[in-house]
Design a protein around this ligand. Sequence first.
Ligand code: TYD
Length: 207
Amino acid sequence: MSGIFITFEGGEGSGKTTIAAMIKEHLTREGYQVTLTREPGGVEIAEKIRDIIHNVDYTNMDCKTEALLYAASRRQHLVEKVIPALESGHIVICDRYLDSSMVYQGIARGIGVDEVYQMNLFATENILPKRTIFFDILPEDGLKRVYANKDREVNRLDLENIDFHRKVYNGYLSLCDKFPDRIVKIDASLTIDQVFSQVLSKIKEIL
Ligand code: TYD
């Protein structure tokens, strides 16, 4: 595959979705072909799975069911959208990928990182991003942004308590140590322009 696969990761309110749109616009203006997409979702079947996972009424969903649904949604999105875009030479920027599952389901829900990783290797056939950017912001500060933005959809995971979000945050830090060649950290507590420049320079290093 001639394209470059990049993923953005971080807790709630880390700004990755806003920055992803800015990066796409910037790289497109420079002449790159860019596909911007997100998980869970990005294609119809995966969006339907997303609706089930994020339904705030399904408080009784088992954590392994949740992990399997994320992996199912990931596979469909990968096969239908990410792989074809990579094959046609695009830079693919995906807002969340398997690190989200390792952290949210593996660590915060307590299934185990290695179990979730193995399950996801089956779902993704070992297709890993060339670079993953972790948007580093304390969970308290990220959640403040989420609640300040009234237009944002609130999902079942946003409703978890602060301990859950701290586990997510610490989980990401541990993944940074586990995959130092793939995951790079940027300071997401700064202004949008500052975050944008850090992310752009981390992407430029691999183009
Ligand atoms: P979304 O509304 O897309 O928010 P964000 O802008 O924070 O990405 O919601 C995605 C939610 O799904 C988020 O709470 C993290 C969660 N998630 C998992 O728990 N596991 C996963 O594998 C993925 C992809 C997402």
